[in-house]
Design a protein around this ligand. Structure first.
Ligand code: NAD
Length: 434
């Protein structure tokens, strides 16, 4: 159990907080029991392979030096190189990095990719730093990570508060520190790069498009159409925006949205593109958007709707917020947005959850395409990317749905069972060195 220190009535109290790691372990144990996982392999998968914590100095704009703390956790690489994002947020710590790395292992396995799982980031509030400072922080972190990452070893990608620009800085720093003749051969050190710098056409929208596709597949399986459906989105960043964009195109209506700065609602529908343009000119914030009413942040999950898309941080749907949710479908754009207690409440109420490791896997699938493109010196077109992404996601979705139905389990347990079985098979076939 993680703890936080709170000052109340001038007294300091240690308050227990349910950590992300506890959630992912409970989910893992539930699925491992379901498939009767080999106990030795359970031991291996219960713990991370490597954990790197780095303190590194950076010169600020005013000439002072600040020391930052960065993390990279490599959970498992039985199926291939570690793969997973880098997050810049005050909540980044070793517990969060471990849990997020573990989720990546299950996600890449479920998607059938030749990858393991890793995750990391820096414990900062990026809004407090200039662009120049963020560039120096990113480059120095990359330099400090050195050969702990690598295009055939551990391949980072964007996550909360990091984007294609961040990836361009990482790629440039990593390549610049290689011997000259090897530089170009290392472009696939990160994915999610800008299209002009080795990035993949369509990578920007891939995660949100995948969230939309899984919602569409679920609706089709349940004889429903998306036209006219009302949805709410928590987090209006890369994932939240693109998911909303594609749902709106299909005729669904965004009726409430929340970001780190505020919450808005409009039962008649919020124009997704207008909100996106507004936020882009408002330092990324949705606050004061004129075509929607302000909503109390505690009332966000209680808004009447058909589909709820958490696309921000972990641990948002809990035993406190889950009872408020009106939607019949929760599509997890974020990683770990629903904790175990929140999930129990939703499942008891008959709410379907499309689990994160399936719902937001479009991002890592497109990252794999970018990695392949760089590795093979190819350039793929948007249509090709979208077509391949749809085929892979549909395959994952159908396998999870069929497993859930056949075994009488929820979709998360089904997704975990399929993911873990694939890794178990690799260990059984190869054995343990020496
Ligand atoms: P982002 O930085 O682009 O956007 C994050 C959004 O969440 C912003 O709108 C921010 O204001 C909002 N937010 C932050 N704290 C919040 C809070 N306390 N309450 C409400 N909103 C808050 O990040 P992103 O890339 O869209 O990632 C969002 C989630 O999706 C994360 O959980 C991430 O791990 C997951 N994810 C991202 C990708 C990807 O390709 N970017 C892939 C898979 C999963």
């Amino acid at each position: 159990m993680t703890t936080i220190t709170k000052v109340m009535n001038n007294k300091t109290a240690i308050v227990p907080v349910r950590g992300m790691m506890e959630n992912v372990m409970e989910q893992f144990n539930k699925a491992s029991n379901q498939i009767n996982l080999n106990p030795d392999i359970r031991k291996i998968l219960s713990i991370t392979n490597n954990e790197i914590i780095i303190h590194f100095p950076v010169k600020m704009d005013d000439g002072s030096i600040e020391v930052f703390t960065g993390y990279r956790v490599q959970h498992n690489n039985a199926l291939g190189p570690y793969k997973g994002g880098l997050r810049y947020h005050p909540t980044v710590d070793i517990d969060a990095a471990r849990a997020l790395a573990m989720w990546m292992t299950w996600k890449t396995s479920l998607a059938g990719l030749p990858y393991g799982g890793g995750k990391g980031g820096i414990q900062i509030d990026p809004t407090k730093y200039s662009k120049g400072e963020l560039e120096r922080i990113t480059r120095r972190f990359t330099f400090a990570l050195a050969d702990n990452i690598g295009p055939e070893h551990d391949i980072p990608a964007p996550d909360v508060n990091t984007n294609s620009q961040t990836m361009a800085w990482i790629a440039d720093t990593y390549m610049s520190t290689r011997p000259p003749a090897e530089r170009s051969a290392n472009q696939h050190i990160v994915t999610g790069k800008p299209a002009g710098s080795g990035g993949l056409e369509g990578r920007d929208r891939a995660t949100g498009y995948g969230v939309y596709l899984t919602i569409k597949y679920w609706s089709t399986n349940n004889n429903q159409i998306l036209k006219g459906k009302r949805f709410i989105v928590q987090g209006f960043g890369n994932v939240g925006y693109w998911a909303a964009h594609f749902l709106e195109k299909e005729g669904a209506k965004l009726v409430a949205v929340q970001d780190a700065f505020g919450s808005l609602q409009n039962p008649k529908g919020i124009d997704v593109e207008a909100l996106f343009n507004y936020a882009n000119n408002n330092k990324g914030s949705i606050v004061d958007f004129p075509e929607a009413a302000v909503l109390d942040k505690n009332d966000f999950f209680a808004v009447d709707c058909d589909i709820c898309i958490p696309a921000a941080l972990g641990n948002q749907i809990t035993k406190e917020t889950a009872p408020k949710i009106k939607a019949k479908l929760v599509a997890e754009g974020a990683n770990g947005p629903t904790n175990v207690e929140g999930e129990q409440v939703l499942l008891q109420r008959g709410v379907t959850i499309i689990p994160d490791i399936l719902c937001n896997s479009g991002g890592v699938i497109a990252s794999y395409f970018e990695w392949l493109q760089n590795r093979n010196g190819e350039l793929w077109h948007m249509e090709e990317v979208i077509d391949k992404l749809e085929r892979k996601l549909k395959n994952s979705f159908d396998r999870v749905s069929e497993y859930a139905q056949k075994e009488g389990v929820d979709m998360r347990t089904a997704a975990y069972c399929l993911a873990i079985e694939r890794i178990e098979q690799a260990y059984v076939q190869r054995g343990i060195f020496p």
